[in-house]
Design a protein around this ligand. Structure first.
Ligand code: NAD
Length: 300
């Protein structure tokens, strides 16, 4: 299939590589020249705009940082809407506000084309292996049509509901993961203060009710989990800034629905503070480095 691929960042680059590996032809576009050059080097054809990538392909895939970027890439000047042919399918794999997915879907539908949201989980390692979890919002027939393309990039592909529902599932997942990351870091800082060996505490928690995927795979204490970002100076992975963005999106969504949210805003603010102290482009498990105890001279 000839696929227009827009957004060749940390995730887009390996996802695009897997589509090429599965025999698809790629027409790529990114606003940043070195990112686009990377895609061309991998075997994609260069497009001059999102509109051109959409015009020259049978299906469009986008994976962009956040809501405003998706709106710009679809609805802005030179955007997908200007190039998309009637009946074509657009798959947005970014993590964004579900109401923006619905708004973009409406605009795409008005042009006679189709739109589904298909955000991903698993980070760069699983994007590279082609084993991402993909949660899809959209019409069931559009989901079935997209499935073979999604299967080139992911292993667990789940249809959640109508347009926007994939984003809702993704944001709920990241609420749990983001809060867990802060909680695990707090626990290990307290243990450290009491002189408890972090390896022994890891053994205890992993066999107890506090066990979590975040500790197993993204342990915040360096050296305990070889593949965790903490063991390579918190190189992302998934950045603190992106996790803070996702918690912000889920908190806003909850407020719109008048659902009380208590721990998600606290975790979001902890990550924001970490970001303003230089941890924004580090993996979000670096919140552990930020949560250092203050000096012994400080009053309790
Ligand atoms: P990134 O910043 O590395 O890449 C985004 C790319 O989009 C960049 O190359 C940027 O130049 C390009 N871009 C921005 N605006 C554009 C526009 N208008 N037109 C064309 N290109 C444009 O981000 P990423 O880490 O690849 O994340 C992408 C999305 O995937 C985000 O929504 C993120 O939350 C989600 N996600 C990321 C991870 C991860 O581990 N990095 C994991 C799961 C989900």
């Amino acid at each position: 299939m000839k696929i227009g691929f827009i957004g060749i960042g940390a995730m887009g680059q390996p996802m695009l590589a897997n589509l090429l590996k599965h025999g698809h032809q790629i027409v790529a576009y990114d606003v940043v020249e070195p990112a686009l050059a990377g895609a061309v080097k991998a075997g994609a054809t260069r497009a001059a705009s999102s509109a051109a990538a959409a015009r020259d392909s049978e299906l469009v895939v986008t994976i962009l940082p956040s809501s405003s970027h998706v709106e710009a890439a679809y609805l802005g000047p030179g955007g997908v809407l200007e190039g998309i042919g009637a009946g074509r399918l657009c798959i947005d794999m970014s993590t964004i506000d579900p109401s923006v997915s619905r708004r973009v879907a409406e605009a795409v539908t008005k042009r006679g084309a189709r739109f589904i949201d298909a955000p991903v989980s698993g980070g760069v390692p699983r994007a590279t292996d082609g084993t991402l979890a993909i949660m899809v919002g959209g019409d069931a027939r559009d989901f079935e049509e997209a499935r073979p393309v999604l299967a080139a990039m992911g292993a667990n592909i789940i249809h959640v509901g109508p347009v926007g529902a994939g984003e809702v599932a993704k944001l709920c997942n990241n609420l749990v993961a983001g809060v867990a990351a802060v909680a695990v870091s707090e626990a290990f800082r307290i243990a450290e203060g009491f002189g408890v060996d972090p390896k022994i505490l890891t053994d205890v928690i992993s066999k107890s009710s506090g066990n979590t995927w975040v500790m197993e795979h993204m342990h915040p204490v360096p050296g305990l989990v070889g593949k965790a970002p903490s063991s390579r100076d918190y190189a992302p992975g998934f950045t603190t800034d992106l996790m803070a963005k996702d918690l912000g999106l889920v908190v806003n969504a909850a407020r719109e629905l008048r659902v009380p949210v208590v721990v998600a805003p606290a975790a979001q603010q902890a990550l924001r503070l970490a970001s303003s102290h230089g941890f924004g482009r580090k993996d979000f498990s670096s919140i552990y480095m930020f949560l250092r105890a203050s000096s012994r001279e400080s009053p309790v």
